[in-house]
Design a protein around this ligand. Structure first.
Ligand SMILES: *Cc1c(COP(=O)(O)O)cnc(C)c1O
Length: 392
C-alpha cells in the first residue's frame, strides 16, 4: 500500500484532493485497483463468523475501490464518512428515506432540482411524508415553517436553474434549534468551493456525475455525513442494497484528482462569459452569483471559496422563433441535460415554483461554461444573440 498522509489538515485543499485515499493503492501504483467483486471468501470458520468485523465481507458492503473514492470525497467535503450511489438522484432519495418516515414533515427549498421535487410529490407523499416548499431566500425566518414533526430541512444553494444563494448557516441554526437536521444538495460547488459542514449542514449530497466525474462519461452520487448522521444513513443505504459499479467509481476518483484545476478554469471562463452577457442588450439578467451585483453575490462572497461553470440568463422578451434561431445555430454549446463535464452546454428552461413566484417575462437559458477558450465561447454566443435580435 502507498503511504497514507498522517495529518492532511496541515495541507491546502488542492494538495489534499491529490493525496486523499492513497493508502488504497497497492504495489507502488499511484492509483488504486479497480476491484470487480461480489463474493469475498473467508479463510476459516472463525473469520466467517466474525465477518461483520472484517474490512471486506461482501461486494455490496464495500471494496477497496469504493472505499478509496468514499474516503477521498469525505475528505474533499470535510465530513465524517461518505457512500457513493449510482446517480445523484439516488443519493438524494436514499438520504431523504434515511431520515424520514410516515407522519414526518419535510421542508424543501422551492428551487430544488426538479426530480427532487418530484420525489417529494410522489414517492414520499405516498409513504405519508408531507413536504412544504419554502422560499430559498427565507433565511432564519424558516423557524415559522418548522413544525413539531419537521425532521429534515433540505437546501440547495445556489438553487437549480435560477441560482438563488441561501443563507445556509442561518437556516441550519434554526433547524437545529428545533431538532431537525439539514441536508444540502451541494453539486454546484463540487463540494470544493462550499464547505457544507463548516456552514452547519448535517449531510452533503452531490450529483458526482457533474464535477467529480467531470467528463460526462459516468453517473454517480455521493452522500457525506457527520458522525451523528452516519449510522442512520448507512443503515438505510445498506438495507436498500445501494452500490455502484467499480469502473464508474474509478472514473469518479480519477476525475476528483483534477477538480481543483478544472474548477479554476470553469470559473475563469464563466466569469468572462458572464461579464460579456451582462453587457449585451438582448440580456435582461445574468444569474451567476460570482458576478458583482448579481443576485446572491453578497452571500456567495461570504460563504463560497469560488464559483463553478454553471449560470443562467434571462433574455429580454423574445419570440419562440427568435430563441430557436439563437440556439439552433450555436457551434460550441451542445443542447442537453446534465453539466459539469469539460464541454459547454445550453438548455432553455421554465422555472417551476409553488412557494414563490417567478416574475421575469423573457425566456431563460441555463449555460454550462466548459473548458474551451472563452474567446471562442463568447464569439459563438455573440453570433447567437445577433441571430436572436435579427429574428422577429
Ligand atoms: C444533475 C443533478 C442531480 C441529479 O444527478 P444525476 O446524477 O443526474 O442523478 C441532482 N442535483 C442537482 C443539483 C443536479 O444538477
Amino acid at each position: 500500500m502507498s503511504k497514507k498522509i498522517a495529518n492532511p489538515e496541515k495541507f491546502q485543499p488542492a494538495t489534499r484532493i491529490v493525496n486523499a485515499a492513497h493508502e488504497y493503492a497497492e504495489h507502488g501504483m499511484v492509483n488504486p485497483a479497480v476491484y470487480h467483486a461480489s463474493t469475498i471468501v473467508f479463510p476459516d470458520v472463525a473469520a466467517l463468523n466474525n465477518r461483520a468485523n472484517q474490512p471486506y465481507s461482501y461486494g455490496r458492503y464495500g471494496t477497496p475501490t469504493s472505499r478509496a473514492l468514499e474516503t477521498a470525497i469525505a475528505e474533499l467535503e470535510g465530513g465524517y464518512k461518505c457512500k457513493v450511489s449510482p446517480s445523484g438522484l439516488s443519493a438524494i432519495s436514499c438520504a431523504l428515506l434515511s431520515f424520514l418516515k410516515a407522519g414526518d414533515h419535510l421542508l424543501m427549498v422551492d428551487t430544488a432540482y426538479f426530480p427532487t421535487r418530484k420525489l417529494c410529490d410522489t414517492l414520499l407523499k405516498g409513504l405519508g411524508i408531507e413536504t412544504t416548499y419554502y422560499d430559498p431566500l427565507i433565511g432564519k425566518a424558516i423557524t415559522s415553517l418548522i413544525r413539531p414533526n419537521t425532521k429534515v430541512v433540505f437546501l440547495e444553494s445556489p438553487g437549480s436553474q435560477t441560482m438563488e444563494v441561501q443563507d445556509v448557516p442561518a437556516i441550519a441554526e434554526a433547524a437545529h434549534k428545533a431538532g431537525a437536521i439539514t441536508i444540502i444538495d451541494n453539486t454546484w460547488s463540487g463540494g470544493y468551493y462550499f464547505q457544507a459542514f463548516a456552514h452547519g449542514c448535517d449531510v452533503s449530497i452531490q450529483a458526482a456525475t457533474k464535477y467529480i466525474v467531470g467528463h460526462s462519461d459516468a453517473m454517480l452520487g455521493s452522500v457525506v455525513c457527520t458522525a451523528e448522521t452516519w449510522p442512520q444513513f448507512k443503515m438505510c443505504y445498506e438495507t436498500m442494497g445501494m452500490f455502484t459499479g467499480p469502473d464508474d467509481m474509478y472514473l469518479g476518483l480519477r476525475g476528483l484528482r483534477t477538480l481543483d484545476v478544472r474548477l479554476e478554469r470553469h470559473q475563469k471562463n464563466a466569469i468572462a462569459v458572464a461579464e460579456y452577457l451582462r453587457g449585451h442588450d438582448a440580456v435582461e439578467t445574468v444569474l451567476y452569483p460570482a458576478l458583482s451585483n448579481a443576485p446572491g453575490h453578497a452571500l456567495w462572497k461570504r460563504d463560497f471559496k469560488g464559483a463553478s461553470g454553471l449560470m443562467s440568463i434571462v433574455l429580454k422578451p423574445a419570440s419562440e422563433t427568435a430563441l430557436t434561431a439563437l440556439l439552433d445555430g450555436l457551434e460550441l454549446f451542445g443542447m442537453g441535460y446534465s453539466w459539469g463535464g469539460f464541454e459547454s452546454l445550453v438548455v432553455p428552461f421554465t422555472p417551476i415554483r409553488s412557494a414563490t413566484t417567478w416574475t421575469a417575462k423573457g425566456p431563460c437559458l441555463r449555460l454550462h461554461i466548459g473548458l474551451e477558450s472563452p474567446i471562442d465561447l463568447i464569439a459563438d454566443l455573440k453570433q447567437g444573440l445577433a441571430r436572436l435580435q435579427k429574428t422577429a
